[in-house]
Ligand binder design. Structure first.
Ligand SMILES: Cc1cc2nc3c(=O)[nH]c(=O)nc-3n(C[C@H](O)[C@H](O)[C@H](O)COP(=O)(O)OP(=O)(O)OC[C@H]3O[C@@H](n4cnc5c(N)ncnc54)[C@H](O)[C@@H]3O)c2cc1C
Length: 327
């Protein structure tokens, strides 16, 4: 099949409990920018059950066409049925580019769709560009986050998963409209049965406005209580670097960085964090960064807006007292 037969850009709109995940809006924002350069259409595909008005949000955020597969089996993530129905649509519509959020769900789904439609996949992109010949240039950290790889695909569709919080959504505009196309789902027996749902302790670090992140400068796991005090005083939550997770001091849901979460809070306080490339990859776009480190040559200070050189065990309690006094 000729690659010229493929046209347009399609965003997979993940939903949870009937609510569209905001990464879909970010992908529609970037997708619109790419589609305008190539003069093609942006569509979204969503699988769910009785999504109602929530589907309009996809138009408000830039989708020109929305393909919907509606069935009770699709209310929750059913890997085989999701893959099967998306692959059917991709083979029918032939989008040139497909963007999927690099969430847990997206990371599991995207390679399976790629295999089903016989194409490649660039996982975990942090930037996308349009190349000279109109190809999608898929940019992602490589070699443990030390370099950025620029990847072009010769097959179609061009598929990429993109990290949450790295692209900009369009401002919500309720005057945007588009075409809703209901597709008949083909439900297969995936043998999936949901027996219960568990949350990760209510921590959603990607959405936090204030994050107090602790690194190996924190000497004992109990000392994270200090950071928690600062986070509470600032109305935020605690995060950590990877060694802290590796040591079992905090759960993976708190980890910021290349192999953890990408975050974009209004305020990021890095406490006893050196600022490795792998850590910076997850927090460099924070609005304001305050670093507290005993070593004035720590790389984190090169990125930080404000820095305090000092022992965190002296600095953090003073900060807590100061914040409490002012609030
Ligand atoms: C494939 C791969 C993926 C990775 N993914 C991630 C990731 O997602 N997230 C991540 O964070 N890392 C990740 N890493 C690990 C990364 O390379 C670093 O090892 C890690 O970020 C270092 O964590 P740290 O800053 O806590 O520790 P360190 O580098 O040991 O830094 C500790 C800092 O604390 C300071 N300090 C010590 N005592 C005090 C004190 N009393 N007061 C104030 N400051 C003090 C020191 O000066 C130092 O700068 C990854 C590595 C690889 C290879």
């Amino acid at each position: 099949m000729s690659i010229d037969e493929y046209k347009g850009l399609m965003v997979f709109a993940e939903q949870r409990e009937g609510k569209i995940h905001p990464v879909a809006y970010e992908l529609l924002g970037k997708g619109t920018e790419i589609a305008q350069k190539l003069n093609v259409e942006v569509s979204a595909i969503v699988l769910g059950s009785n999504m109602g008005d929530e589907l309009n949000e996809l138009f408000y955020h830039g989708a020109q066409t929305v393909y919907v597969f509606d069935h009770p089996v699709l209310a929750d993530f059913d890997l085989l049925n999701y893959k099967h129905n998306i692959a059917r649509l991709v083979n029918e519509v032939k989008p040139e580019t497909i963007l999927i959020g690099a969430t847990h769900l997206g990371r599991s789904l995207a390679p399976r769709i790629a295999a089903a439609v016989n194409t490649g996949l660039t996982a975990d992109c942090t930037a996308l560009e349009v190349g000279e010949e109109g190809n999608l240039v898929q940019i992602r950290p490589a070699f443990s986050g030390n370099i950025f790889a620029y990847i072009r695909t010769t097959t179609r569709p061009q598929m990429a998963t993109v990290r949450y919080k790295v692209m900009q959504a369009l401002p919500r505009d309720t005057s945007r409209k588009g075409g809703l196309i209901q597709k008949e789902p083909d439900i297969i027996d995936s043998m999936l049965k949901i027996v219960g749902k568990e949350t990760t302790g209510g921590v959603n670090i990607a959405e936090a406005d204030v994050i107090v992140c602790g690194g190996r400068g924190v000497k004992r796991s109990n000392d994270f209580a200090l950071l928690q005090e600062l986070a509470d005083a600032l109305g935020g939550i605690t995060g950590c670097t990877r060694p802290i997770v590796d040591d079992g001091w905090m759960g993976k849901e708190h980890q910021v960085g290349f192999s953890g979460h990408t975050v974009k809070p209004k305020l990021y306080v890095a406490v006893g964090v050196s600022g490795s490339p792998q850590h910076l990859a997850g927090m460099r776009d924070s609005d304001v960064i305050l670093a507290i480190n005993a070593d004035p040559s720590a790389p984190i200070f090169r990125l930080a807006d404000y820095g305090i050189v000092g022992d965190l065990y002296e600095v953090v309690p003073k900060l807590v007292a100061e914040v409490r006094q002012r609030s």
